[in-house]
Design a protein around this ligand. Sequence first.
Ligand SMILES: *Cc1c(COP(=O)(O)O)cnc(C)c1O
Length: 372
Amino acid sequence: MTMNNIDIKRNVLLNPGPATTTDTVKMAQVVPDICPREKEFAGLMKGLRDDLLKVVHAPADQYTSVLFCGSGTINIDICINSLVPEGKKILVVNNGAYNTRAVEVCQMYHIPCIDLKSSVFEQPDLNQVEQTLKDNPDVAVVYCCHHETGTGVLNPIREIGALAHKYGAIFISDTTSSLGMIPLDVVKDNVDFCMASAQKGLMAMSGLSFIIGRTDIIKASKNYPTRSYYCNLYLQYEYFEKTGEMHFTPPVQTIYATIQALKEYFEEGEEAKFARHRAVFKAIKEGVASLGLKEAIRDDIQSGLVVSVLYPDNPKWDFVKVHDYCYERGFTIYPGKISTTNTFRLCALGTITPDDIKDFIPVLKEAIARLG
Ligand SMILES: *Cc1c(COP(=O)(O)O)cnc(C)c1O
């Protein structure tokens, strides 16, 4: 049976993940049934783990990647519950919804946490980060999201990581919405742990998430308090090292899709892919401006992946109606994540190109015109 010629409708997803995928990635999931405890499958995961290190330029003698079955939030949960030593604190540099999620994880596990909150419209203030580290020598972990997907603000993780290291802490960055799209070099960027799920930058399917981090720190964490049975970084790492397998059932078909997606990632190339996402982002910004819509975030701190559009100042504005009109025509737009300001988001993830945006803007224009 050949599956290559199946005609699958192509939707342009302008939501912040899952992203539009290639047909070859979709079809990679259609494989003979296999028990994931077979050696053949462990071999596939070994190659996948090695390739993930290459995406973030992580030297294999210092870093490892650990796979988990779950959506991206599982990584936040695992990193936080596994990497804070007894009696120590975590500092969350918090300028948005995804950093707030990390604070909530700390609260759930009763882990002492400093929530260094700042404006969602700005990058964090590095002086404040440094002062907080000076004042709190018991901070063992600094945490900050790279790209705050809720607003599209890009955070200065290299600088925050350097401050963490200066004060003897490790640095964890949630790179879920930047990894594989914005070039990241974990050594140069001072990142001890980063993370993502397969359905965003890698343009594969949801269900597989992974943490890339320093092997020596994972090994040291063996002696840290264990706060979860299913979601423990050291236990999963150890199981991979001993058996080559996930401790519990992996998302089998998603792993096949991710292997294909990584092949396509390396074929497209880090720089070319970055340039393509940038070109889509630019097309979105130009299109939005041409319709007279305004953005919530100033240009110089944007990630180049998410455009946060302010709701127009029009009593007839109705996001759901605009969404539905676009959705029926194959374009998915997405609500914002800023509690104080009404926005919607248009994102440049996935396999889309500036031509897709050229097709989309007239549809958005028509959707808005229909509101009256
Ligand atoms: C998407 C995303 C996540 C994970 O969200 P899930 O819905 O659990 O996949 C985490 N952090 C950031 C920054 C994200 O953009």
